[in-house]
Ligand binder design. Structure first.
Ligand code: CA
Length: 237
């Protein structure tokens, strides 16, 4: 389930979208203008933004451009809503960095389908599909992590934060993630948690994985952060 920010000044539309998203199990925040939207994004980086083009003050289009230009929000998925249905407007919206574009009036079913599609493309860890790496298998539906050792299957016991951390790492393997990126993607809050917290949970994750001889999969990259790597496994196997 994803954290979704809805930026829309028309309260009837904002409410309708929020109700449908909450019904689908998402966590929803609503902002009525660019200032409030920026405030929300600064405190918690959402998994996706539904952004109305026409807002009082700064437009949604300008806001999308601003987010695309900032390192922290560059990859944040945006679906733009607009009363305009011209092809040229659609191109401008997509050029500004929107991942998708929906003209009003839209059906909530269609918006939900677009949101699912963008989340699937951008954040595989928000889905319930099981992921595998080396001998490890993580199943979000059952919240189980197991290690296959020959015919045997060993269970890995993890706390909720270590589970989320491992889920994120396994769905983004081989890449190095800084502590700040991990705070954004795993904790979702950049502001109130110290980066040291990441180290504490990585250590707990390694301790749990070491019980099934998999601690080496989680690597520390000096001065950069952490990554999970199948290469490490191959090298030590
Ligand atoms: Ca509007």
């Amino acid at each position: 389930m994803a954290r979704i920010l809805v930026v829309e000044d028309e309260s009837a539309i904002a409410e309708l979208v929020a109700i449908n998203l909450r019904h689908a199990g998402h966590e929803v925040t609503v902002a009525v203008d660019a200032v409030q939207a920026q405030f929300e994004v600064d405190s918690v980086l959402p998994d996706l933004v539904v952004l109305d083009w026409m807002l009082p003050g700064q437009s949604g289009l300008a806001l999308a451009r601003q987010w695309r230009g900032a390192a922290r929000t560059r990859a944040m998925p945006i679906i733009m809503l607009t009363a305009r249905a011209e092809e040229a407007d659609k191109i401008i919206g997509l050029d500004a960095g929107a991942d998708d574009y929906l003209a009003k009036p839209f059906s909530t079913q269609e918006l939900m389908a677009r949101i699912r599609a963008v989340l699937r493309r951008k954040a595989p860890e928000s889905l319930d599909a099981a992921v595998e790496l080396a001998d490890l298998r993580l199943d979000p539906a059952t919240r189980r992590v197991t290690r296959r050792a020959g015919e045997a299957v060993q269970e890995v016991r993890l706390g909720p934060t270590e589970f989320k951390l491992l889920h994120f790492l396994m769905t983004h393997p081989e890449r190095v993630h800084s502590r700040s990126q991990l705070l954004d993607r795993v904790w979702g809050d950049h502001v109130f948690i110290e980066e040291r917290t990441v180290d504490v949970h990585v250590k707990r994750l390694r301790d749990a994985l070491s019980a099934v001889q998999c601690a080496h999969l989680v690597e520390t990259v000096r001065g950069a952060g952490y990554r999970i790597s199948e290469q490490a496994h191959a090298a030590s196997a």
